[in-house]
Each structure stands twice: as structure tokens, then as C-alpha cells.
Design a protein around this ligand. Sequence first.
Ligand SMILES: Cc1cc2nc3c(=O)[nH]c(=O)nc-3n(C[C@H](O)[C@H](O)[C@H](O)COP(=O)(O)O)c2cc1C
Length: 216
Amino acid sequence: MTELTVSVAIKARRSTRSYKNEPIPHALLEEVLRPACMAPSAKNGQPWRVTVLQGARLEAFRAAVVAAFESGKTGSFGASAGSLRSMRGGRSLQKAFAPAMEAAGVSPAELIRRSIVFFDAPAVALVSLDEADLPRGLVDAGLFVSHLCLAAQGLGLDSCIAGYVRIVEGAVSDFLNWGKGRRLILGVALGYGAGEPIDGFKSPREPFDETVEWEE
Ligand SMILES: Cc1cc2nc3c(=O)[nH]c(=O)nc-3n(C[C@H](O)[C@H](O)[C@H](O)COP(=O)(O)O)c2cc1C
């Protein structure tokens, strides 16, 4: 396939929440991850680490996080619905997003459940930081994830960032034998979109003129 330009990839990217059962060649994932590692970071600290799961290992991961979720071994997400309301775009997002999900038959609880299993995508990238790099490494990790999603889009792969996975951080950390001090920040589902009803909605954006302030 032809690689998309950056601006075309930016416009094409959206959070994809249904995936075809089609594995991603290792070489293609590597082609996505290498430019992601070119993301900028404060003082070039590159604090991120990324763990890529596929195949049987990903299925075992899913079983482990679902078991933790169902037995209530969950922690806090760190950004409740309440705090979302204080975000500038939060209100319009909630207004449009939740009803669209409900219409597709996905309740808020179901969205969390599907998020922690990364919507059954064929590959998952988990981005982690050393605790010592918190909180300042969060910006760098965000830039890494953004680069990752756009690089994926450019090479024909859909993606969805899943922050909800943090509620099962303990199970993730145990599964990957991370030990103390390594924190899960975000996960990214990667694959080929299946176009199910859950993906029938395009998240709106705040009006451009209310977002960009010109001083010239
Ligand atoms: C930090 C972060 C965490 C997110 N976590 C989730 C998640 O757990 N589940 C989910 O379905 N979407 C998640 N999203 C996707 C957002 O809902 C999505 O980016 C937003 O609604 C804009 O839609 P778009 O990505 O389709 O443009 C997350 C996005 C970000 C940036």
C-alpha cells in the first residue's frame, strides 16, 4: 500500500473500536514502531517503554485482565467522568459520544470492558514509564502514543488508545513481570477496522475558532 502523508494520516485517524481477525505482520508493526520512537521528548529523555503483544501471548493477556476485572481487582482510572466535565471539550464529547455508543448497544460499562481487552484487536502496544519519570514523562508518553497512532494510520493500520486499561494495571504488571516502579500509562489497539456499528460515530471537535487564539 502507499504510505499516507502526515496530514492525510492525521485526518484519517479515528479511534477504531472493532477489528478484523487478521494478524499484523511483525515487519509491519516494526515499521510503525520505529517512527514512533522518533517522537520528541523533554531533554530527549525518551522515558517510554513499549510492550507489543500479539497472538497467543495477547490472548493470555486478555484472559488475565478480564479475570482481574471480573473479580473486582481494579484500581482507579485516574480521570473520572466528573473530572471529564471540567475539560473544555468534555461536555460536547459526552453529549455526542455516550448516546452514540448506547445506540450501537455499548453501555459505558461495556465500553470499559471492551477497552481493557483492546476491542479484540490483533495487536496491542502498552506504553509504560518508570515511576521516577512521573508526572513529567506523561507528556512524552503522550507524544509517543500520538506518533504511534499516526505512523500506524500512515501504513494502513487503524488504532484506538485505551486509557481504561489502567484500571487493571496490577494484573498487567503481574502478567508482564514488571516488578515495582514501572507504571502502565496507556495501551493502543492496532489492527484493521471491521466497521461494526460501534464505529459508526465520528467524534466531533470543538469549533476551530474557539480553540485557536491568534495574536498577530
Ligand atoms: C489518553 C486517552 C485515553 C483514551 N482511552 C480510551 C479508552 O479507554 N477507551 C476508548 O474507547 N477510547 C479511549 N480514547 C479515545 C478517545 O475517546 C478518542 O480519542 C476521542 O473520543 C476522539 O475521537 P477520535 O480518536 O475518534 O478522533 C482515549 C484517548 C486518549 C487520548
